[in-house]
Design a protein around this ligand. Structure first.
Ligand code: JFZ
Length: 455
């Protein structure tokens, strides 16, 4: 008998050491994408020559249905949708002089909002490089602005511990002869595209990697439109280049939207698309604050701060990220509408951070607008976070948790207790209605996690 007990003890100790060894091994070799999944929230920037136009050209403002391709709010598409002649668009380079640009200020704004990474358009579809490129003269070096925008941002990101990413339009390029064109224009032949691919696209990506060492690259294709040019072979050629130059750099799924393959790091949804379920691998939604990505001086469709916080919580509840865009003005400053919203969001993320960062997704949702995340507490008990994304209208929620299982129920931001009542096998919570422009977060601590919340 005593012998048996000794053996059991030895076994228990062995398993315990194995578990610890396993745990350290895991934390010593983090997966490349771990930081991204934990980060949850990033800042996207669309900035380039199109920012000078602000959505208007020659008496037309987007959207403008009098032009055959004018019905879009996307101001970064102005060259094509507003039919700006090539020479006139190119001449904008002489006007690009954002003297108010302050990289540290941008990154501080991102940090204060609770964002943990930053992605900027190094080159958008127009083909203009936002750095002094050795590959092309259609670049920052040919503007009056003689500073290194991407270099200053890389330094600021380092200083504030923010990950750095570049958007690079590897498929559409309206400047280079063989680059892909909007769908209403004639596409380059495959030989011509191959020349663009070898002479501009790949070399500029390599240049970005070698010069600025980004943590993430954001490529862009959509649906089936890019099928002929961005074949799996070219996709893999580009992935191989990135992996060789910078093995830790993340790659998004839009490198080849119709067929991202197994070697990318995370999936990117369509613009402003918030799925009803997780995507089975790391993912994010690229999202706008108004309708346009690039600066649009006449886009009045700004989402409220509360709406955007709700979308952040929605994505977090499904294990996804939220990459929220700002279109800076041509002088290098953020629009005031964006700054106000960043501030509101920052107050919320600061007060509710533990419900978002490092919290696990919970796919179960009540029938009306609440979302959940959860975590295991230090003592092995469980905390369920409840986001009232439906705002002030809803004040009662029935949880499928036995009242006897619940040890605490509070509002997260100020630890004000929530009224809990036992009703047929569950618990009824009664909340104080939330305020405008924010999303109240509550938590329930419990001894055991009901299976419905474990997925
Ligand atoms: C693209 C760009 O054309 C646009 O200017 C912006 O940069 C945005 C972030 O990305 O637009 C897309 C790309 C993909 C889809 C929709 C719009 N999509 O797959 O649904």
């Amino acid at each position: 008998m005593a012998k048996n007990i000794v053996w059991i003890l030895v076994l228990v100790m062995l398993t315990a050491t194995m578990n610890i060894a396993g745990a350290t091994e895991k934390s010593e070799t983090p997966n490349r994408v771990d930081w991204f999944v934990e980060a949850r929230f990033g800042m996207f920037i669309h900035w380039g020559l199109y920012s000078i136009l602000g959505g208007s050209w020659n008496g037309h403002t987007l959207p403008d249905k009098s032009l055959p391709n004018g019905s879009s709010w996307y101001a970064e598409w102005a060259q094509k949708r507003l039919e700006v002649p090539r020479a006139d668009y190119r001449a904008l380079a002489q006007k690009f002089n954002p003297v108010e640009f302050d990289a540290e200020q941008w990154i501080r704004n991102a940090k204060q909002a609770g964002m943990r990474y930053f992605v900027i358009t190094a080159k958008h579809h127009d083909g203009f490089a936002l750095w002094d490129s050795n590959v092309s003269d259609y670049d920052l070096g040919s503007t009056p602005f003689k500073r290194d925008i991407l270099g200053e941002l890389a330094e600021a990101c380092e200083k504030y511990d923010i990950k750095l990413g570049f958007y690079y339009s590897h498929w559409q390029d309206w400047e280079y002869k063989g680059g892909a064109r909007p769908k209403w224009e004639k596409q380059p032949s495959s030989e011509s595209f191959e020349k663009y691919w070898q002479k501009k696209s790949l070399p500029q990506v390599k240049e970005l990697l070698q010069r600025y060492d980004p943590d993430l690259l954001w490529f862009d294709t959509w649906r089936n439109a890019s099928k002929n040019h961005i074949t799996p072979k070219r996709r893999d050629e580009l992935i191989a280049l990135v992996r060789k130059e910078s093995p830790d750099c993340l790659i998004n799924g839009r490198i080849c939207y119709h067929n991202p393959g197994p070697d990318i790091d995370f999936l990117e949804t369509g613009d402003n698309r918030h799925p009803a379920k997780g995507l089975g691998r790391p993912w994010q939604t690229p999202a706008t604050m108004c309708r346009s990505w690039g600066w649009h001086a006449n886009d009045p469709n700004w989402k409220s701060s509360g709406k955007m916080i709700a979308l952040l919580a929605h994505n977090a509840s499904l294990g996804g990220n939220y990459l929220l865009n700002i279109g800076p003005k041509p002088n290098g400053t953020f629009p005031s509408q964006a700054l106000e919203r960043l501030e509101d969001i920052g107050e919320w993320t600061a007060a509710n951070s533990e419900s978002i960062y490092g919290a696990k997704p919970v796919s179960a949702t009540p029938s009306w607008g609440a979302r959940y995340t959860r975590r295991v507490l230090g003592d092995g008990t469980h905390r369920l976070y409840i986001f009232l994304v439906d705002g002030p209208k809803r004040a009662r929620l029935k949880l499928p948790i036995q009242s006897s299982n619940i040890t605490a129920c509070m509002r997260l931001a100020d630890k004000v207790p929530v009224a809990c009542k036992s009703i047929d096998g569950g618990t009824l919570l009664t909340f104080k209605p939330g305020e405008e422009n924010t999303i109240p977060v509550f938590y329930v601590d419990m001894k055991k996690l009901p299976a419905i919340f474990a997925k």
